[in-house]
Design a protein around this ligand. Structure first.
Ligand code: RB5
Length: 150
């Protein structure tokens, strides 16, 4: 499974921790940022979102201070279902029910130990399909109605 990571300056240390936590088991790519120098979270979210929506990677992980900015930004890209998760149950449900393809977390919200378990829960889960597929298809219907790429 190919996983792409990115963070802004507010999430850079959590991103580093998470890559190190899973890199033995997954094919991981780091799109930055690499320092605490300020960068804008929509720019970092866009890098990962386009790579996941384009099929270059299976799943994405985005970190910022709260996880909110990267989540809101990522969800503007058609084909992305980004889920802000700070607990293990939500992370599993995000895959099983929502077929989320990006998880977002906030370095100022969650400690690294729990964040690692949340990420593992996300990566180990699989989409359940069935009635959930009908609902995810409806999300795609909303995208078709409102997203008009030039
Ligand atoms: C950056 O200071 C901070 O606003 C950002 O990391 C994130 O929390 C935004 O949602």
């Amino acid at each position: 499974m190919r996983i792409v990571f990115a963070a802004d300056h507010g999430g850079v240390h959590l991103k580093e921790y998470l890559i190190n936590f899973v890199k033995e088991d997954y094919d991981c790519k780091d799109f930055g940022t690499y320092t605490e120098e300020s960068v804008d979270y929509p720019d970092m979210a866009l890098l990962v979102s386009e790579a996941v929506a384009g099929g270059e990677f299976d799943l994405g992980v985005l970190c910022c201070g709260t996880g909110i900015g990267v989540s809101v930004s990522a969800n503007k890209v058609p084909g992305v279902r980004a889920a802000l998760c700070h607990d293990v149950f939500s992370a599993r449900m995000a895959r099983e029910h929502n077929n989320a393809n990006i998880i977002t977390m906030g370095q100022r919200v969650i400690g690294p130990g729990l964040a690692g378990e949340v990420l593992k829960s996300f990566l180990n889960a699989r989409f359940s399909g069935g009635r959930h597929a009908r609902r995810v298809n409806k999300i795609q219907g909303i995208e078709k109605r409102y997203c008009n790429p030039r």
